[in-house]
Design a protein around this ligand. Structure first.
Ligand code: ZN
Length: 152
């Protein structure tokens, strides 16, 4: 409720939901979150016209934004955990060639993985597949100069 970004929304002159979606999307720095918020508010606006006060809808939208921010924060924390565990780029896991941190080269193993956590996490799944993890007899090859195959 004390989010400074929401304070300058003029509640007295209630904007239509499309306008509200645009305004909120512009205030969120993360483009994916902005798209989700815009999409949700646009959907809400097409189904509920005239069914409640605009102020209540604005409150609901604000609550939805708060909920989405919390969900996004949790997802970011999980993504960072996975990246750290696998030694991947924390921003894109090496999936984005336009990534400012790794330019798409931050795939798992690019940095030192957290071996203890990684093994504890993946070994049960490997075992379930009937496979076994064993130490390499020779040092692992350096795959950093190998070109990735693309299907594009
Ligand atoms: Zn990256």
């Amino acid at each position: 409720m004390n989010d400074p970004g929401m304070n300058d929304l003029n509640v007295g002159a209630v904007p239509d939901m499309q306008h509200l979606a645009t305004m909120l999307a512009e205030r969120v720095s993360d483009p994916i979150a902005a798209a989700v918020i815009g999409s949700m508010l646009t959907q809400r606006g097409t189904g509920g016209a005239g069914s409640g006060s605009h102020e209540r809808e604005l409150q609901q939208a604000h609550g939805e934004v708060q909920r989405l921010r919390a969900a996004l924060s949790a997802a970011d924390a999980m993504a960072a955990y996975v990246a750290d565990t696998f030694g991947a780029c924390p921003a894109c896991w090496g999936l984005n060639r336009f990534c400012s941190r790794c330019h798409g080269h931050g795939t798992p193993g690019r940095a030192e993985p957290n071996g203890e956590v990684l093994l504890a996490w993946v070994e049960p799944a490997i075992t379930r597949l009937g496979l076994q993890l064993v130490p390499a007899a020779q040092p692992t090859p350096d795959w950093s100069n190998v070109q990735r195959e693309t299907t594009e």
